[in-house]
Design a protein around this ligand. Sequence first.
Ligand code: ZN
Length: 316
Amino acid sequence: MKQKLFWTIDIGGTKVLLLLIDSNGKVLFRQKIKTPKPSKPQAVVDTIVETIQAETEQKKLGFKAELAGLGICTAGFVDHQEGLVHQSPNLEWHEPVPLGNYFKQRVNCPVVIENDTNAAVVGEVLYGAACGHKDVIYVTLSTGIGGGLFLNGCLYRGADGFAGEIGHTKAFGRGRPCKCGNTDCLETWASGSALARSAGEIWDEKEQKGDHITTAWVFEQADKGNTLAQAIIDHAAATIGLGLSNLVTLFNPTCLVIGGGVAANRTDFLKQITETIRNKSIKPAVEITSLTIIPAALEPEAGIWGMYSLLTGQAK
Ligand SMILES: [Zn+2]
């Protein structure tokens, strides 16, 4: 019998991650390529298909193995049933893209499309930080803020696949616009780019050009004892903590996984967020329920392992 192989792909705004994994979970190929610029859908599909075909030919995979599935995750509003990406601000796709069909025309195997943070929560549950948990909230603190819900043992997508968009729940603010078209979304006040933006608005432009301020710079200044930078970070941590405490109160999870570059290796920042979650959630959800709040374990491949789980039927 031929060995079953699965291609799992995460399309990001700057890079595309491709892994070829066999049915035992062994990684046979792993590559990171640049997302074509401009990131027109057809160019992205072509680049991925060419990489897959080159690898298949080089390894002569066709003789001893069969391609059993192709799974793609990407940021944006994804209808997994239709394989449709309604909108992906990171890829600058503002019109619906039938990504599933584009791939189905090019490969001879089942194709699954999913939102990247939906895939990530599945990955963290099956292979990562939330192993063994049935009720999990995943949040990624990055340029934006993304989220995924795994409830009662299943990925929770909502009616059309748009559930879990934690970054676009609303925070108290002063009308700061968001990429989604609305204002005062959580990510406009508490993401990595929001931190830099808040600092840019405050700092004297002569001293430090506002548009060159980065998230890392804000954390650096705070570490050096700058109270203004620290206040920006405190505000972001409190805002995220509040947003997540609402989710804990709503869904009563046993595990909350925090991923993304903004929180990674920043113990104090994570501690601030964790404390707010514990203080602001309803008491039973943190006192009777044993709630674990932990950093993600699979980055940057959480979405990849989620797609693998979905393709192999370990998760639905
Ligand atoms: Zn928004």
